[in-house]
Design a protein around this ligand. Structure first.
Ligand code: C5P
Length: 221
């Protein structure tokens, strides 16, 4: 199997920034699996499908063509339309979290993620990469940080994009999304002893990247 690095963790922990740099260092594609759940969240919102209607969501996921194209920046296509920017709003974050609790949606997207990873290897970031998508990889990292630190990062990210959202709203959304993601029946956000846990609260991005790359290289050689 090609080299697979799994990077899981809650929202706003810095997974995307770190994963992108790890992928660059290791010369692997960066695969952001959250973007695929976001695309289904967007499709559901546009089609007026209730995020709790499992049957309708399964049908939607089956007929939606979602393509994730690794690159810098990576792009997400929904039925051929580039939705890379549209999927990054707070509303779509929440919609993604709802639709991702539907087992049929997960089954369809996990299959796509496995196909992508098997093609050229990759640094895959998400919530269930080391538990469900590629449980056999020895390279599993769980990034963590306190809810406040994560909400601060998310808030700064949104502000940088010109979006004015109150910090309290970002914190409340983040706490709710993490609760949903950790308590769902299918593939909840979790880690076990096969993971290396990295608390990123007091680490810089280069330090996080360095820790992951070193750990992979040490065991690869
Ligand atoms: O990582 P990101 O915040 O973009 O993910 C959006 C949502 O997609 C998460 O809140 C989570 O509910 C879901 N997700 C998932 N499994 C993954 C990646 C994301 O359930 N592997």
């Amino acid at each position: 199997m090609p080299l697979i690095v799994a990077i899981d963790g809650p929202s706003g922990v810095g997974k995307t920034t770190a994963s992108k740099l790890v992928a660059r260092e290791l010369n692997l594609p960066h695969i952001d699996t959250g973007a695929m759940y976001r695309a289904i969240g967007l499709a559901a919102t546009r089609a007026g499908v209730a995020v709790r209607d499992a049957q309708a969501l399964e049908e939607l996921a089956l007929r939606s063509d979602i393509e994730f194209i690794p690159g810098d920046p990576p792009r997400v296509l929904l039925d051929g339309e580039d939705v890379t920017r549209e999927i990054r709003t707070p509303d779509i974050s929440m919609a993604a979290s709802h639709v991702s609790a539907v087992p049929a949606v997960r089954r369809i997207l996990v299959r796509k993620q496995q196909e992508l990873g098997r093609r050229n290897g990759g640094v895959l970031e998400g919530r269930d990469i080391g538990t469900k998508v590629f449980p056999e990889t020895p390279y599993k990292f769980f990034l963590d940080a306190s809810p406040e630190v994560r909400a601060h990062r998310r808030h700064a990210e949104l502000s940088a994009k010109g979006e004015t959202v109150a910090f309290e709203t970002v914190l409340a959304d983040s706490v709710q999304r993490d609760k949903q993601d950790s308590t769902r029946a299918d593939s909840p956000l979790m880690h076990d002893e096969t993971y290396t846990v990295i608390d990123t609260s007091s680490l810089t991005i280069p330090e996080v990247v360095d820790a992951i790359v070193k750990s992979v290289r040490e065991r690869e050689s």
